[in-house]
Write a protein that binds this ligand. Sequence first.
Ligand SMILES: [Zn+2]
Length: 126
Amino acid sequence: MESKRCLFCDQVVPIRPKGEYDWFLGCHCAPGSFYGLRRDDYDAFDKLSYNEKRAKFPIISAYIRELTDCEETVALSFDDLQKIEQSPRVPATIEEKGRRLLQFCTGIPGSRARRSSFIVCRPATI
Ligand SMILES: [Zn+2]
């Protein structure tokens, strides 16, 4: 199977080309899942400046994670970049991130328990 570097988390993972999209399987953005990136737009993302990448790629990665965790299909193109930055699905503030983390730990109804939650929540061994 073909492999490619996920631009957003820097992990090299198997990909499955289908139509205009390459589907990245199981990288840090979509553990146990996958997301699609328009093949022609890979280079456009890759050509962003270092500062732009540093500011934007973690947001895109979080966005993919958020949606794939909800078992939604994510198929990205370069045009989606602005949309993602303004998406309410991306926790923008520290408070919001904390609230989400709390949701994972307590398993509030409506928030699906995540595979990794026990790792996040496990108290430190003394
Ligand atoms: Zn990734």
